[in-house]
Design a protein around this ligand. Structure first.
Ligand code: NDP
Length: 253
């Protein structure tokens, strides 16, 4: 298939593993030049090598998205180095689970600062550039894709703060969509169910064990399945906006 994203620039946050890594590779295969942002430079360097080996261009942007200046900075670095910004995938996120009464305040702050505030700061910094890309060839449309979760639709005991951040992402995305869609900046929400990534590994050991028990022998999504959904969203023709994609493993209830 023709490379539908050629001559475009995409920024993917949280690109050093999991869904972000698969998405960066997919968007590069679709023809985009990809700025890949996260904190682990060695993982980003490795990914950039893979993208270049496949014949595409990549820019490594080391940034902690939970810091307001660095969140805006990864947008400015992308535009400064690559000249434009057509697509942003706000994917960086952490899922730290457990009952509210026992959750360390630091975990609460970390999720709010990254999953919600970081996503908002990246989005705000990207808006002028997306607006201007939406006026320009080759596509005359721009995309802001926010990675939420099934947890952004359905709240469950043991995930209250994560639920709050992802429900917040949903509300933010819909309101922003209404603000900018007439300018051909499409705001989309992608809501995966369980995906096999490193996400759970940042939890306290007892939480990891409980979550693994809950998932049982469920056959999870692969990161590529979500990358496919994101690629579908951003390769639609100019008059089509896919506002929301909920994608679960078939066996997930
Ligand atoms: P991973 O843990 O594999 O990836 C998370 C990414 O976020 C990493 O690249 C990590 O990079 C980055 N990240 C974490 N903290 C920061 C930070 N402070 N600044 C910048 N980047 C950061 O998990 P997933 O791929 O699963 O998660 C990606 C998104 O998908 C998240 O938003 C998550 O909530 C969502 N999601 C995941 C599901 C799943 O089951 N896996 C289900 C539904 C949604 P680094 O550590 O190098 O900074």
């Amino acid at each position: 298939m023709a490379q539908r994203l050629r001559e475009t620039v995409a920024l993917v946050t949280g690109a050093s593993s999991g869904i972000g890594e698969a998405t960066a590779l997919q968007l590069a295969a679709d023809g985009a030049t990809v700025a890949i942002a996260a904190r682990r430079e060695d993982r980003l360097d490795e990914l950039a090598r893979k993208i270049r080996d496949a014949g595409a261009h990549a820019l490594v942007v080391v940034a902690d998205v939970s810091d307001r200046e660095q969140a805006a900075g990864c947008v400015e670095t992308t535009v400064g180095e690559l000249g434009r910004l057509d697509i942003v995938v706000n994917n960086a996120g952490q899922m730290l689970l457990g009952p509210v009464a026992e959750q360390p305040a630091e975990e609460i702050d970390r999720m709010l600062a990254l999953n919600l505030q970081g996503l908002i700061h990246v989005s705000q910094a990207a808006l002028p550039h997306l607006r201007s890309a939406a006026q320009d060839p080759p596509r005359r449309v721009a995309d802001l894709v926010n990675v939420s979760s099934v947890a952004g639709r359905r709240a469950n005991a043991g995930a209250a703060v994560y639920n709050a951040t992802k429900h917040g992402v949903g509300a933010f995305s819909e309101a922003l969509r209404q603000e900018v869609t007439r300018e051909h900046v499409r705001v989309s929400l992608v809501e995966p169910g369980a995906v096999a990534t490193e996400l759970l590994s940042h939890n306290r050991p007892e939480i990891q064990e409980a979550s693994a028990r809950r998932l049982g022998d469920l056959d999870p999504l692969r990161a590529q399945d979500v990358a496919d959904a994101i690629s579908f969203v951003v390769t639609r023709p100019r008059h089509v906006a896919v506002n929301e994609v909920l994608v679960r493993p078939t066996e997930q209830q």
